[in-house]
Design a protein around this ligand. Structure first.
Ligand SMILES: [Zn+2]
Length: 254
């Protein structure tokens, strides 16, 4: 059984001591590819350097909406340059996070649209972070269509899911499915077409129920698989095969 963790921040400091061991252990459990999205410009170089010889790691470059204080206007030109020079697998992690009332929505929109524009130009898929802003993100995608993408940790409505799927997006599901109180999310994961789903851990955040309170890791992706299989009443093998094929197709992994 081969799995792809479509969202894990393996470049983060919390993996500094055992990054390679984490990947080796995950691979022993069948998780053989990892998508690692960037969150801010200052981390791109390190991210690229860390994984440049590992063809099972797929790097995305971008600026995350929760790190607005780290982004500068000039970083858009730098992203343009980096996409051209480095040819990452995707543009990410980008999006809109309107969870906090204090967030500067206009600044987020401006940054997001500029990054979508680059993704469209370079025909790269995008990895989206969306909180309390699905309708706004969908509007941006109608204005600036991109080739494809993943909505990471999807938690919108069935209708919003349908709009994303219509734009060639996959929806990421992970650790939250392991919690019995995630009723709405489980219902959603049950109703969506399997062709639209990908698995992710979001390591080091959003740890599965089995390791609650600890650092999350791609090693725990099999628990996400199990939860999704249970919720949908399908075999783990069928879910693994379909979600991995979805991720491979989207990211151009052979
Ligand atoms: Zn993330």
């Amino acid at each position: 059984m081969k799995l792809i963790d479509t969202h894990c921040h393996l470049d983060f400091e919390v993996f500094a001591d055992d990054r390679q061991q984490v990947m080796t252990r995950a691979q022993a459990l069948g998780v053989d590819h990892f998508v690692v999205p960037a969150v801010q410009q200052s981390s791109w170089q390190q991210l690229l350097a860390l994984f440049q010889r590992q063809d099972f790691v797929h790097v995305a470059l971008g600026m995350h909406p929760m790190f607005m204080s780290q982004h500068e206007e000039s970083h858009i030109a730098l992203l343009d340059h980096a996409l051209q020079q480095q040819r990452p697998a995707a543009v990410g992690e980008i999006g809109l996070d309107f969870y906090s009332a204090e967030s500067d929505r206009q600044a987020q929109l401006k940054l997001f649209r500029a990054q979508l524009q680059l993704a469209a130009e370079y025909e790269l898929p995008v990895i989206l972070h969306v909180r309390k802003a699905h309708d706004e993100v969908l509007q941006c995608l109608r204005d600036i269509p991109v080739v494809a993408g993943i909505v990471h940790a999807f938690n919108g409505s069935l209708q919003q899911a349908g709009h994303y799927i219509g734009m060639n997006f996959k929806l990421g599901f992970g650790g939250m499915l392991t919690y019995s109180h995630s009723t709405k999310l489980r219902h959603l994961a049950q109703q969506l077409p399997l062709e639209a789903l990908v698995l992710e851990t979001d390591a080091p955040d959003m740890t599965v129920m089995q390791y609650r309170g600890q650092r999350n890791s791609p090693e725990y992706l099999p628990y996400c698989l199990e939860a999704l299989a249970t919720v949908r009443g399908q075999s783990k093998a069928a879910i693994a095969e379909a979600t991995s094929a979805n991720a491979r197709q989207l990211l151009g992994i052979i």
